[in-house]
Write a protein that binds this ligand. Structure first.
Ligand SMILES: Cc1cc2nc3c(=O)[nH]c(=O)nc-3n(C[C@H](O)[C@H](O)[C@H](O)COP(=O)(O)O)c2cc1C
Length: 216
């Protein structure tokens, strides 16, 4: 491992843990769960954080971090404000990509697919697990819209606190809910020496998932 002081000039050689097709589970969702568990056990901060890219109505891409809140054979679920920039983008163009950047493990998982809204029951169920303050916050914030000041935002929160005074079970605003990313491909990346990294991409076909190795 060679390191220089300037982080822009540093060349860190990555690990020696090989990623063999045969050592991966045949089901990439199951394999993802294994890596997520390992990321958690290795102390990765917010191992369920993923960077999600969407395409705005004008065709330009944009990205942001969200937290994965559910993973199943169907796909990967996160929750947000449907009126946010990402919500509006996904409404018009469901194409989506996401990456889990587990740098200190020399691993990343990249997902491409299409997003759809989860059921209102699922959104209600998840919303009800959020701390009360976050539920009030969801009412107060028009996510991604400009606002004149922090004080103006806090005023909106105060108004919502009054609206829900004495209400423990703050309901979900209709504009807030989950998206499920249905994956079409899932790529597992493991850093190797001399930038000869391992990449195995699973592509969903008619007969299930098929792995293929990609050049680094
Ligand atoms: C670690 C982390 C986790 C986040 N999790 C979420 C999330 O689960 N849902 C969400 O709407 N925003 C989340 N955010 C905020 C988003 O990154 C983003 O600022 C917000 O959703 C507005 O995005 P948009 O304007 O592109 O729609 C998170 C940010 C960070 C840094």
């Amino acid at each position: 491992m060679t390191e220089s002081v300037d982080p822009l000039a540093r060349h860190t050689d990555y690990g020696e843990i090989a990623l063999e097709e045969g050592s991966l589970l045949p089901d990439p969702i199951a394999q993802f769960r294994v890596w997520l568990q390992e990321a958690d056990e290795q102390g990765i901060y917010e191992p369920n954080a993923m960077v999600v890219s969407t395409i705005d109505p004008d065709g330009s891409p944009t990205i942001r971090t969200v937290l994965l809140r559910g993973v199943s054979d169907e796909g990967f679920a996160f929750y947000t404000d449907y009126t946010s920039q990402k919500g509006v983008a996904l409404e018009q163009n469901p194409a989506v990509a996401a990456v889990f950047p587990w740098y200190s493990l020399h691993r990343q998982v990249k997902i491409r697919g299409v997003a759809e809204k989860v059921s209102v029951e699922d959104s209600d169920a998840y919303f009800s697990t959020r701390p009360r303050d976050s539920r009030v916050g969801a009412w107060a914030s028009d996510q991604s819209q400009p606002i004149s000041s922090r004080a103006a935002l806090e005023d909106k929160v105060e108004q919502m606190e009054q609206k829900f005074a004495g209400v423990d079970d703050v309901p979900r605003p209709e504009k807030w809910g989950g998206f499920l990313i249905r994956p079409r491909s899932i790529e597992f990346w493991a850093g190797r020496r001399s930038r000869l990294h391992d990449r195995v991409r699973f592509v969903r076909g008619e007969h299930g998932w098929k792995p293929e190795r990609l050049q680094p």
